[in-house]
Design a protein around this ligand. Sequence first.
Ligand code: SF4
Length: 239
Amino acid sequence: MKNKKIRDIYHILLKQYGPQGWWPLIDLRNKTSNDVHLKKGYHPEDYTLPENRSQQFEICVGAILTQNTSWTQVEKALDNLKNKGFLYFNIINEIGKEELISEIKPSGYFNQKAGKIKIFTDFFIKLNGRIPKREELLRIWGIGKETADSMLLYAFKLPFFMVDAYTKRIFSRIFNIIMDDYDKIQSLFQNVFRDEFERDKLIIFNEFHSLIVEHSKNVCKKKPNCYNCFLKDLCEHCL
Ligand code: SF4
């Protein structure tokens, strides 16, 4: 029952909002486009990205910077890094922590985040192009489950379902039970799509997380707008 509902919700969200094209990349920003999404570097239906280590690294740095802050603030920090020519693993490895701090200030917690980025950069360089295991990422200071899974899913293209506060909020409401255990939620979602081909799973988890974010920002906000929600027939919060 739960499994079917999760599948149905995925398809409804995808139909409503369309492919989201995560994770945004600075070099892909289409300044001439009228589409805000394309302007910001999202790339709907292109699942071949990232296509090199620099893009992987940019996504991983973004995943660290977005801890406890909004994406708008992260974009400012990433822009600073890019404009200074710092958004490369070999450069971040060379610059001092103070230099890094001054560029990532907009993202908040900049002292901690600079330390995390420096440690992660050292790890990333040592990978030498290899895809890290989840356990390895989780052993790095400052990388929790959500950050690790966002790196694995969006930078390293592995089918890990990423859980965040929005996922917990929406599905606690939909199932009318408190859902706050990261591992249980992740297993539930991964189990629902366990029979899909690996590539399909990757696409589903890529889209599903971004669609949940979209719906949480637009409709299932702190104060939910159930009246206008196209999930209301499936949602126990509304029954
Ligand atoms: S019906 Fe209301 S609580 Fe349920 S998902 Fe929609 S906005 Fe959220």
